[in-house]
Design a protein around this ligand. Structure first.
Ligand code: NAI
Length: 468
């Protein structure tokens, strides 16, 4: 069978690429080794974790969050089995949705493992062992990423006691004590889920901050908020051993700056120390496709590998491992293969941590601007001074706008607060259009909304906020 494009992998990068390319009139095949479409994000990542984050948030709220609003509950009970069933139903609806979209767009889907045989040829090996070879003008590698483990430490992840994010969304009981290795996005999101459901959560993080790479002020305040919710943090601590014990597991870590090692015991340990590009059994070496020094498929600015007609997108290439970055690359590469001019603006890719409150950011942090020697001005506005936040008791957090000192062009926006993950998009659109803090501050925002804090932070950047 011959196609215009074969896409290997049906995660947000691959399936969006396939649909966009089909919309542009190309004949598409998708190869997926899982039984369902949607990749890590839909099956075991973004979507199920958000289902659990929402459900656990409702539980925490009902348990102790609403007396001051005059809403009293008694006998709030956790039914973990039902919560997991909700998560599974959400996953099913989403993966079925992708199958429907493939049909609608006349995309041929092949279940099996794809192996690149060279330019224009891919072998599919089904679970039964049966193989077939597909041909196409172009191939897109969208095979995503996998759990990286702890650098230099051998960890036996059984997904029951020592778990990765995969086990972290599927425990059948709440661990009394949970140690999270890695204070990044996965550690804090899943740590929040189990903390809300009653686990005593301790996060052990190598860096001396959580969410490394985020704006330092955001990270510090956010850590205080999570600590108030009961999470404990061991920062500047390098985990050197994770082992099972008779009744759980233990984690050994030593201060990065030097000093005595410490051991903590727990009922479960979540290893959340990053992900790595997934290229196993893809045949890339034999096909002559070059990888970079971190094992990612090397691409140029048009997503082309060094082999003609082979492209790569998403987690398997450089850049942030984010579903929406992969999706936008999928659209861009589809447009390029169809003879159009696809493009992704890497300066305006928002990042969101779906905890409560949420953390959201787009563009540069203060630390990055300082390091790059860019003169900037900063404006900040706290949600304590926002009327809607007071009405909803969501006054934790703030908005920070960073703009070029000379031109006022907005270079970064950072929000920690309720609904940050939605509010960040007005900043993203503004940055996409090269807008200034004055543009944002002079844009009418509906009252009363949390988003008025974004406008006020912009006002604070180019002149003065009104409400503080
Ligand atoms: P991460 O890279 O965000 O965080 C891993 C953390 O582990 C780092 O802070 C690192 O310093 C720490 N670490 C590494 N070795 C350590 C050691 N020996 N001892 C103690 N700490 C150690 O990785 P994470 O959270 O696993 O997420 C993987 C990827 O998935 C990320 O790229 C993330 O952006 C993406 N993701 C995004 C989500 C979102 O956008 N909401 C949700 C979940 C994942």
């Amino acid at each position: 069978m011959s196609y215009d494009v074969i896409v290997i992998g049906s995660g947000p990068g691959g399936y969006v690429c396939a649909i966009k390319a089909a919309q542009l009139g190309l004949k598409i095949a998708v190869i997926e080794k899982r039984a369902t479409f949607g990749g890590t994000c839909l099956n075991i990542g973004c979507i199920p974790s958000k289902a659990l984050l929402h459900a656990s948030e409702m539980f925490a709220h009902a348990s102790h969050g609403m007396e001051s609003l005059g809403v009293e509950f008694s006998g709030v009970k956790l039914n973990l089995e039902k919560m997991m069933a909700h998560k599974d139903a959400v996953v099913k609806a989403n993966v079925d949705g992708v199958a429907y979209l493939f049909k609608k767009n006349k995309i041929d889907a092949f279940q099996g493992t794809g192996k690149v045989l060279g330019q224009g040829r891919v072998q599919v090996t089904a679970d039964s062992g049966e193989t077939q070879v597909l041909e196409a003008k172009n191939i897109v590698i969208a095979t995503g990423s996998d759990v990286a483990g702890i650098p230099g430490v051998k960890v036996d992840i059984d997904e029951k006691v020592i778990i990765s994010s995969t086990g972290g969304i599927a425990l059948d009981k709440v661990p009394e004590r949970l140690i999270v290795v890695g204070g990044g996005v996965i550690g804090l999101e899943l740590g929040s889920v189990w903390n809300r459901l009653g686990a005593k959560v301790t996060v052990v993080e190598y860096l001396d901050m959580i969410l490394g790479g985020m704006d330092g002020e955001v990270s510090r305040q956010f850590q205080r908020m999570l600590a108030k919710q009961g999470m404990e943090f061991k920062l500047g601590a390098k985990v050197t051993c994770v082992e099972k014990t008779a009744d759980g597991a233990k984690v050994t870590f030593e201060p990065v700056k030097g000093g005595d090692a410490q051991t903590l015991e727990a009922d479960a340990v979540l290893v959340a120390t990053g992900r790595k590009a997934f290229t196993d059994n893809l045949g890339l070496a034999d096909a002559g496709v070059a990888l970079d020094n971190r094992g990612r498929v090397e691409i140029d600015e048009n997503f082309r590998t060094n082999v003609a007609g082979i492209y790569a997108i998403g987690d398997v290439v450089k850049g942030p491992m984010l579903a929406h970055k992969a999706e936008d690359e999928g659209v861009a590469v589809a447009e390029i293969m169809a003879g159009q001019h696809g493009h992704v603006n890497y300066n305006a890719i928002p990042g969101v941590v779906y905890t409560q409150p949420e953390v959201a950011s787009v563009g540069k942090t203060e630390e990055e601007l300082k390091a790059a020697g860019i003169a900037y001005k900063a404006g900040k506005f706290p949600f304590t001074a926002n009327g809607r936040a007071r009405a909803m008791e969501t006054t934790e957090g703030f908005v920070k706008v960073l703009a070029d000192a000379a031109t006022d062009r907005v270079l970064g926006v950072h929000i920690v607060g309720f609904g940050a993950g939605e509010m960040i998009h007005e900043a993203t659109v503004l940055m996409e259009f090269g807008g200034s803090s004055e543009d944002l501050g002079r844009t009418t925002h509906a009252h009363p909304t949390m988003s008025e804090a974004v406008k006020e932070a912009a006002l604070a950047t180019f002149f003065k906020p009104i409400h503080i």
